[in-house]
Write a protein that binds this ligand. Structure first.
Ligand SMILES: [Zn+2]
Length: 270
């Protein structure tokens, strides 16, 4: 087998609305699940069965913040936040509000209105649950509902989609895990990494270079990867760079003029 070319499409698309606005303007679907209705209950304590890095910096919400950082700038006003939670309810997302993530040693990292999402669509778990911002969850839920579930239904022999493997939600780190440089969108709860997809029957589809997958799994990965560019401001995956060979990275960063970066880096072979 000879590799002919590795094609990288880097598409910067000008979109009038900001990524966050785009995320909050998704159509609401009539999928009432009263038991998941957002409530005004006090934020629950975080129980950390998931990746340690997602909760290790959790602190009490009443702790004073010395200076304004990126996490403060990303705080939604109460009405916007409430409407985001309603959108999650309408998308049948299972989540809980958790205490603010406010690491003392960094004024930028953190989430002032974090939620922990355990089910992103009916019957589709996030494994482990993800601590992210509400608009990130809304974009992820819209993508799963509109693109992943229909694509999964075309996969023969695997049955229903049951889970999406969570590579990373919130974590205070820099881009590509480097020691310096800009903070990753993961550091603000704006990003989610998809490692793979689990099904009721048959083998999971793990994200990877196309050559590692059978034809139908490859088609599924390519379909859901490309469609994510409609819901997220940044989409990276295998072929983007060495640190994304085994997962898809999605985030909702708000760039000037609504620019998006959509990298579809699957290798073409013959
Ligand atoms: Zn990522």
């Amino acid at each position: 087998m000879k590799r002919v070319a590795a094609i990288m499409f880097a598409i910067a698309i000008a979109i009038p609305a900001t990524a966050q606005n785009a995320a909050t303007q998704q159509p609401i679907r009539p999928m009432p699940r009263p038991q998941d209705a957002p409530t005004a209950a006090a934020p629950a304590q975080v129980t950390p069965p998931q990746a340690v890095e997602e909760t290790e910096n959790v602190a009490a919400p009443s702790r004073a913040i010395a200076a304004k950082g990126q996490r403060d700038l990303l705080r939604q006003d109460d009405a916007t936040y409430a409407s985001c939670l309603v959108a999650l309810h309408d998308l049948a997302v299972v989540y809980e509000e958790v205490v603010a993530v406010v690491p003392e040693d960094d004024v930028d990292c953190g989430i002032l209105q974090p939620i922990k999402v355990s089910e992103i669509a009916p019957g589709v778990a996030l494994v482990p649950p993800a601590v992210i911002r509400c608009p990130t969850a809304q974009a992820l839920a819209s993508w799963v509902q509109d693109f992943v579930l229909p694509a999964a239904a075309r996969l023969d022999g695997r049955g229903a989609l049951t889970a999406i493997e969570n590579g990373s939600g919130y974590t205070c780190r820099r881009r590509n895990n480097e020691d310096d440089g800009a903070l990753s969108e993961h550091a603000f709860g704006n990003a989610f990494d998809v490692m793979g997809f689990r099904f009721e029957l048959g083998s999971p589809v793990m994200v990877g270079p196309g050559k590692s997958q059978d034809g139908l799994a490859r088609a599924f990965q390519d379909a859901v990867w490309a469609s994510a560019c409609l819901d997220f401001a940044t989409v990276l995956g295998p072929g983007s760079n060495a640190s994304h060979e085994d997962h898809l990275h999605f985030d909702i960063i708000a760039r000037k003029n609504g620019f998006r970066i959509c990298e579809l880096g699957a290798a073409i072979e013959e």
